[in-house]
Write a protein that binds this ligand. Structure first.
Ligand code: ARG
Ligand code: ZN
Length: 878
C-alpha cells in the first residue's frame, strides 16, 4: 500500500498539450479532455500500456486519434483507465461526468458557497479527468468553460483569457483560457461563480504591466486591501532580492470559504482560504494580518519556486515548500523585525515540528515512503525544510546563496527536479561541498548538540567541545553525523563580544562566526581570550537542533541582559524559565511549596521597564514557555502539573510586578489611529501581554480594564485579547461578552471561527461539554474546514489540560469527530487524528485511553487512506 522513493521511474508517456472543455451543471458537470500524448524517449523501458489515473467519476467515452473506442478496447478500474497498446504518438479524447456538489473532500472540483472551485494538489486532478497525474508530466493547458451566465458570471482558469462569448439563447456563456507555460496537473485551477473583484496593477522591473485581481464573494471587497498591498510588496521583493519577475499579464487570487489548507499556488490563479485574504482592523487580528501577508507572499513566490521549477515526484515536496517557506520568512523579516520574526518561526518549529520529529510520524524532509501524500504536507517538509534551506544560506552566505539560486533557475527552468538538484546547484555555484549536508534531507529526527566550554587562564584559550547525536526514528535506528552550522560568539564580563580566532588561524576575525560541526565530537580552541567568557551558542538558531549547554542560572540571566544576538537574548530567558518551571513541576509532584525565584522576577521586571526595548521583542521575552513546550521537556508529560505551575508562575509575576504591568498597559495603550506597521503591532502585543498578566490576578481593576477593552476597542486584536481572557474566568461578564460578540459578528464567518476557538480553548472544566454542544450550534458546519480547525482543533490542539483530562472524555470526543470527518473529508480527518500521535508521552492511564481510541478508529470499516496511515503508524512505532 505504501509508495517508495526508490521505486521512482520516469513516466512511460508524456503529455504535451491538454485541451479541456467544462460544461458546468447543477446536477452533472461534463468534462471533455483532449490530450496530445507520446511515448517518453527517456523512459526506462518501452512504453507499453497507457495507464491514466482517475477516480470518483463516470467515464462517458474514450476516443483515440478521432475514433471512439469500444469498451472492450480499454479497461476502467476504481483508480485508473488502461489502454493496452497505444501508438507512439496519438491524441486521446476522454469525456467524464462529475458531481461537484457531492464532493465534500474539497479535492478535485467542488462547490463552495454555490461557486465552483478546484484544488488539484497533490492528486485532485484525477478526480476531474483521466490523466498522468504526476508532477513530472508537464503540459500546456487550454481550458474552455461553459455555464449559466447568471449563476456563474465569472469563469476563471490559468493563464490568459483568449476568448469569451456572450449569453447564448439558452442563457449560457463560454470563456477560453490559455496558459503558455507548461505545468504539472496539480497546478491546474478553475473557478466559476458570483464573484466581485478588486483590481490593481504592478509594473515589473523590465517595464511590463501586470493586472492584479483579488476575487471575493460580494460584500467582502472592503477586506482586500491588505492582501493586495502584500502582493505588490512580494512582487517587488522577489525582483530585488532574487531578480525574479512575474511572467504572465494577469495574476489572480480567489478567496473561498471552504478550503482544506491555507492557499494554493495554481499558475496565475491562486486559490486562497478566505482566512488568508480577508482582513480589516475591525475583523482581523494582527496575527491574521501577518498571516495574510505571509501566505500571499508564499503563494506568489511559488511562481518561481514550485511552478517554473517544480518537483519530479511528491517525495521532493520540500524542494518547493521548504524553499518557498524560507523565502516567505525572509520576506516577512525584511518587512518587519527580523529577530521578532525569527523567534516566532522557532517557536512554531519547536511547538509542532520537534514533536513530529520525535513521534511515530517522524520522517525525513524528503520522505522515503508514504501511503497518502496528503499526509506529508507536514511541518517537517515545510518548516524543517525551510530550516535546511536557511542552513545552506548560512553556510554559503547571502551572495553564495543568490548565485546558487541563479544557477538553479538557469539549469532547471521549465523542469521537474529533485532536492538533490537544488543542493547541487548551490554547491556548484558557491564551490562548497554539501555532500555530508545532504543527510538533512534523508535522516529524520532532531539532532542534539551538547556543548561544553573550558577556559585556560594561563594559556588564554577557550576550548569548546561539541558533541552531536540524533535519536532513532521509525525505520532509522542509527544516524550518521550531520553537517551543522553552529553560529556563536563569546561574551566578556562586560557583555561585549570578544574577537574570535581559532588556534592556527591568522589575524583576528569578527566577533560572531559559524563553526562547521561535522563529526560526532569536535573540539574548537579559541586563542587570545583575555578572560573567562560566557558563550552565546547557536545564535539566531543557526540549526534546527536541541542545544544542551551547562549554563548556570547566572549565565542565562547575563545572556538575557547582554547578548548582542537578540534571538539568543530571548532564548536565554526561555531556557531559564523552562528550567525554573520544570523545577516547580517537580516540587508540586512531591508536595513541596511552590516559590518562584526572585531573581527571575527581577529579570522580567528589567525587561518590562527597559524603555529602549522593542515592545514586540519585550512581549516575546515576557511570555513563559507554552504548556506544550514544557511538556516536551519531560520524559512523561505531567499535564496537570504543568498547567497548575504555569498558572502559579503567571500569578506570582503579576503579583510582584502589578504596578509595572499597569504602567506598561497604559503606556502601550495610546489612542493613536489603527495602523498595521511593526511598531503598532508590537505595542498592541505588549499591551495585551500586560493585560494577560493582570488578569491572572483577576482583581477588580484588571477585570475593569479587560471588560472595558472588550467593549471599547476598535481593533479585533484588542477585542479578542480581552475576550480570550474573560473566557477563562467564571466572571458574570464572561457570558455577556461571548453573547455580545456573537451577535455583533454572526455574519462574518472568520470572526465566528474566533468565537468558536476561544470557547474551545477555555481552561474551565466545563469546556468539553460546551464544545460538544457547540457542534450543534447553527453557525457550526462540519463540512467547513475552518470551523473544524477552530472548534475541534482548538480544543484538541490548543487546550492540553482539557483535552487530556484524565477522564478520557476529550479523547472519545476527538475520535468520534475523526470518524465523522473520515466519511466527509479525509484530509481534515487526518489532521485531527494526528492529535493522538504522541500518546506514548503520557502516563499509563492516559496512554491506554488514547490507544483505545486509536484502535477503535483503525477497526472502523471504510477508513480513508489518510486516517488509516496516521492511526496505524501511531499504534505501530514505539
Ligand atoms: N502548495 C500549497 C502551499 O503550500 C499547499 C497545498 C496543499 N494541499 C493539499 N491538499 N495537500 O501553498
Ligand atoms: Zn507552499
Amino acid at each position: 500500500q505504501a509508495i517508495h522513493l526508490k521505486d521512482y521511474a520516469p513516466p512511460p508517456y508524456l503529455i504535451d498539450t491538454v485541451d479541456l472543455a467544462f460544461d458546468l451543471g447543477e446536477d452533472v458537470t461534463r468534462v471533455r479532455s483532449r490530450l496530445a500524448i507520446r511515448a517518453n524517449p527517456d523512459a526506462a523501458s518501452p512504453a507499453g500500456a497507457l495507464v491514466l489515473d482517475g477516480q470518483d467519476m463516470r467515464l462517458v467515452s474514450v476516443a483515440l486519434d478521432g475514433r471512439t473506442l469500444d469498451p472492450s478496447e480499454y479497461s476502467v478500474g476504481p483508480e485508473s483507465l488502461t489502454i493496452p497498446g497505444p501508438p507512439e504518438a496519438f491524441s486521446l479524447e476522454v469525456v467524464t461526468e462529475l458531481k461537484p456538489q457531492e464532493n465534500t473532500s474539497l479535492s478535485g472540483l467542488y462547490r463552495t458557497s454555490g461557486n465552483f472551485c478546484t484544488q488539484c494538489e497533490a492528486e485532485g486532478f484525477r478526480k476531474i479527468t483521466y490523466f498522468l497525474d504526476r508532477p513530472d508530466v508537464m503540459a500546456r493547458y487550454r481550458t474552455t468553460i461553459t455555464a449559466d451566465a447568471l449563476k456563474y458570471p465569472v469563469m476563471l482558469s490559468n493563464g490568459n483569457l483568449v476568448a469569451s462569448s456572450k449569453m447564448e439563447g439558452d442563457g449560457r456563456h463560454t470563456v477560453t483560457w490559455e496558459d503558455p507555460f507548461a505545468k504539472p496537473s496539480y497546478l491546474f485551477a478553475l473557478v466559476a461563480g458570483v464573484l466581485v473583484h478588486v483590481e490593481d496593477s504592478y509594473v515589473t522591473r523590465s517595464g511590463r504591466t501586470v493586472t492584479l485581481r483579488i476575487y471575493v464573494e460580494p460584500g467582502n471587497q472592503d477586506k482586500c486591501g491588505h492582501a493586495m498591498a502584500s502582493l505588490k510588496k512580494s512582487m517587488a521583493w522577489d525582483e530585488e532580492v532574487f531578480g525574479l519577475e512575474y511572467d504572465l499579464d494577469i495574476f489572480m487570487i480567489v478567496a473561498v470559504g471552504d478550503f482544506n489548507m491555507g492557499a494554493m499556488e495554481n499558475k496565475g490563479l491562486n486559490v486562497f482560504n478566505t482566512k488568508y485574504v480577508l482582513a480589516k482592523p475591525e475583523t482581523a487580528t494582527d496575527t491574521d494580518f501577518l498571516g495574510v501577508e505571509a501566505v500571499v507572499a508564499h503563494e506568489y513566490f511559488h511562481n518561481w519556486t514550485g511552478n517554473r521549477v517544480t518537483c519530479r515526484d511528491w517525495f521532493q515536496l520540500s524542494l518547493k515548500e521548504g524553499l518557498t517557506v524560507f523565502r516567505d520568512q525572509e520576506f516577512s523579516s525584511d518587512m518587519h523585525s527580523r529577530p521578532v520574526k525569527r523567534i516566532a518561526d522557532v517557536q512554531r518549529l519547536r511547538a509542532a515540528q520537534f514533536p513530529e520529529d520525535s513521534g511515530p510520524m517522524a520522517h525525513p524532509v524528503r520522505p522515503d515512503s508514504y501511503i497518502e501524500i496528503n499526509n506529508f504536507y507536514t511541518t517537517t517538509v515545510y518548516e524543517k525544510g525551510a530550516e535546511v534551506v536557511r542552513m545552506i544560506h548560512t553556510l554559503l552566505g547571502a551572495d553564495g546563496f543568490r548565485k546558487g539560486m541563479d544557477l538553479y533557475f538557469e539549469r532547471h527552468d521549465g523542469q521537474a527536479v529533485t532536492c538533490d538538484d537544488f543542493v547541487a546547484a548551490m554547491e556548484d555555484a558557491a564551490g562548497k561541498d554539501l555532500g555530508q549536508f545532504r543527510r538533512w534531507y534523508s535522516q529524520a529526527g532532531t539532532p542534539e548538540l551538547a556543548v561544553t566550554g573550558e577556559y585556560d587562564a594561563a594559556a588564554r584559550t577557550y576550548r569548546l567541545t561539541v558533541r552531536q547525536s540524533c535519536p532513532p526514528t521509525p525505520g532509522q535506528p542509527t544516524k550518521l553525523p550531520f553537517h551543522i552550522p553552529l553560529a556563536l560568539g563569546l561574551l566578556d564580563p562586560s557583555g561585549a563580544d570578544i574577537p574570535l580566532r581559532l588556534a592556527g588561524e591568522p589575524g583576528p576575525a569578527g566577533t560572531s562566526r559559524v563553526l562547521d560541526v561535522t563529526g560526532p565530537e569536535q573540539v574548537f580552541e579559541f586563542v587570545d581570550v583575555p578572560r573567562q567568557p560566557v558563550p552565546s551558542l547557536l545564535r539566531g538558531f543557526s540549526a534546527p537542533v536541541k542545544l544542551r549547554a551547562p549554563y548556570t542560572d547566572d549565565d542565562l540571566t547575563f545572556l538575557m541582559a547582554h547578548d548582542g544576538d537578540a534571538f539568543n537574548r530571548w532564548e536565554a530567558g526561555q531556557t531559564l524559565a523552562t528550567r525554573l518551571l520544570l523545577d516547580l513541576v517537580a516540587d508540586r509532584a512531591e508536595n513541596r511549596p511552590l516559590e518562584l525565584s526572585p531573581g527571575f522576577i527581577d529579570a522580567f521586571s528589567r525587561i518590562l521597564k527597559d524603555p529602549d526595548l522593542d515592545p514586540a521583542f519585550a512581549a516575546q521575552a515576557l511570555t513563559l514557555p507554552s504548556e506544550g513546550y514544557l511538556g516536551q521537556q519531560m520524559p512523561v508529560i505531567d499535564v496537570d502539573g504543568i498547567h497548575e505551575v504555569r498558572t502559579f508562575a503567571r500569578r506570582a509575576i503579576a503579583g510582584r510586578l502589578r504596578d509595572d504591568l499597569l504602567a506598561t498597559y497604559r503606556a502601550m495603550g495610546g489612542n493613536e489611529p489603527f495602523s498595521i506597521d511593526a511598531a503598532a503591532i508590537g505595542r498592541r502585543a505588549l499591551k495585551n501581554l500586560a493585560l494577560g498578566y493582570l488578569m491572572a490576578l483577576e482583581d477588580a481593576e484588571a477585570v475593569e480594564l479587560c471588560v472595558g477593552q472588550f467593549h471599547n476597542a476598535q481593533a479585533m486584536t484588542d477585542v479578542i485579547a480581552a475576550l480570550g481572557l474573560l473566557a477563562d474566568t467564571r466572571l458574570p461578564q464572561r457570558e455577556s461578552a461571548l453573547r455580545r460578540f456573537y451577535d455583533l459578528w454572526k455574519d462574518e464567518p472568520l470572526v465566528v471561527d474566533k468565537w468558536f476557538s476561544i470557547q474551545a480553548m477555555s481552561e474551565r472544566p466545563e469546556t468539553l461539554d460546551e464544545v460538544a454542544a457547540l457542534l450543534a450550534h447553527p453557525a457550526f458546519e462540519i463540512r467547513n474546514p475552518n470551523k473544524v480547525y477552530a472548534l475541534i482543533g482548538g480544543f484538541a490542539g490548543g487546550n492540553p489540560v482539557r483535552f487530556h483530562d484524565a477522564g478520557g472524555g476529550g479523547y472519545r470526543f476527538l475520535a468520534d469527530q475523526v470518524l465523522a470527518l473520515n466519511r466527509l473529508n479525509p484530509q481534515v480527518a487526518s489532521r485531527m487524528v494526528k492529535m493522538f500521535a504522541r500518546w506514548r508521552k503520557y502516563d499509563p492511564r492516559r496512554q491506554s485511553l488514547m490507544r483505545a481510541e486509536l484502535e477503535r478508529i483503525v477497526a472502523t470499516p471504510g477508513l480513508s487512506r489518510d486516517v488509516f496511515e496516521i492511526a496505524s503508524k501511531s499504534l505501530e512505532a514505539s
